[in-house]
Design a binder for this molecule. Structure first.
Ligand SMILES: [Zn+2]
Ligand SMILES: [Zn+2]
Length: 366
């Protein structure tokens, strides 16, 4: 027999440090012959020492906004089915003299905030295995977690301003920036205090009001890295609370002048933007050569209206090709060299001619 560790009593006199098990004696309670624990048969032991006190209801606060559940140690984002064992452990204490029990359950949702639970709890006292089943109703109480409470009050500490150099952010760019921020906030760690309390669509760009200065800085850096640009943050003292200076960090993200897919005229030749970031990559549409530029070296580059589409290239005599727009039948000489062969290919369509592109169709600015 394994000796269990000493058990903390509940104020009563302990039965014994370890259970006294005898193979075949008479139960002191009912007189039945058989194995006993501390003088009692299994039935009488269970009657005298129930494993737990069943409860008709278990109430759990659930944040109406983010779905976080409130546990003893605070609000936690957790799936309900994964949270139930923890709720049972927290709300249904195991009684002396049993050691910690395990809970199995069958869950039947009644509606969006009530669940029927059929629980089987198994506890141990030495070698004695005690099983107790009960039914209870888990009631989810609508509430608002700490993070959502702050968020609803439009609380913010820092600001991330997203702008573009010498131009305004385009609508698709704004959508991509928003989606990037949403995805990042969706990955925030359990119990994180990070949130975006509001987003403002302002002239030229977007402003994100965020819950911490650390988030303002890191989000600014991440946006600059993902979208190609620079991030600079400034800190301003705006008050004191509890003897501490309060600072507000503003992170300014400045995206480069061009986006991937843009067609630009730079130093006399036409090029398409194939990558943006700390370094902008331009592919010369005539020669196909790719060159790297810092954004300050592209100050004189200007965007050119052009469409990127899949065209059919046809031979046009003397080894030249002509591009045909399949939607309109319009034809343009193909100006790229080295020239592509006949067939379907993606071209940049400009008033001066068609150029073979290295990017997929449709990847121009919107
Ligand atoms: Zn008995
Ligand atoms: Zn919440």
């Amino acid at each position: 027999m394994a000796f269990p560790p000493p058990i903390e009593g509940d104020g009563r006199q302990p039965l014994s440090i370890a259970p006294a098990i005898e193979r075949s004696v008479f139960c002191v309670e009912c007189g039945r012959e058989g194995p006993t624990t501390d003088g009692l048969c299994a039935t009488c032991f269970a009657k005298r020492h129930p494993l737990l006190e069943a409860r008709a209801h278990l109430d759990v606060s659930r944040c109406a906004r983010c779905g976080s559940l409130r546990f003893r140690e605070g609000w936690i984002r957790s799936r309900l089915d994964e949270a139930i064992p923890r709720i049972l452990h927290e709300d249904i204490p195991i009684r002396w003299p049993y050691e910690a029990a395990t809970f199995d359950y069958v869950m039947k949702p009644e509606d969006t905030s009530n669940l029927r639970l059929e629980v089987t709890a198994t506890g141990r006292y030495g070698d004695l295995r005690q099983v107790q089943t009960f039914r209870t109703r888990l009631r989810l109480r609508p509430s608002l977690c700490d993070v959502c409470t702050k968020q609803r009050s439009r609380y913010y500490a820092g600001i991330v301003q997203v702008r573009a150099e010498t131009r305004v952010l385009t609508r698709p760019e704004k959508q991509r920036v928003r989606a990037f921020v949403e995805a990042r906030m969706g990955r925030r760690a359990e119990g994180s205090e990070d949130f975006v309390s509001r987003i403002e669509d302002v002239r030229g760009g977007l402003d994100f009001y965020v819950s911490t200065n650390t988030l303002a800085k890191s989000l600014g850096r991440d946006l600059a890295k993902a979208f190609g640009g620079t991030a600079t943050s400034t800190s301003k003292l705006y008050g004191r609370r509890g003897g501490k200076d309060l600072h507000r960090v503003t992170s300014l993200v400045c995206l480069g002048p061009f986006q991937v897919g843009d067609v630009v005229r730079h130093k006399g030749s036409l090029a398409e933007v194939v990558d943006v970031g700390p370094i902008t990559m331009l592919r010369d549409l005539g020669s196909g050569e790719v060159r790297r530029f810092r954004s300050r070296d592209l100050r004189t580059a200007v965007a050119v209206e052009a469409e990127r589409l899949e065209a059919t290239l046809e031979p046009a005599g003397n080894g030249t090709l002509v591009a045909v727009d399949p939607r309109t039948g319009f034809r343009q000489p193909v100006r790229s060299s080295p020239r592509a062969g006949p067939g379907r290919t993606v071209v940049v369509w400009t008033p001066e001619g068609a150029y073979v592109s290295s990017l997929p169709a449709g990847s121009s600015k919107g």
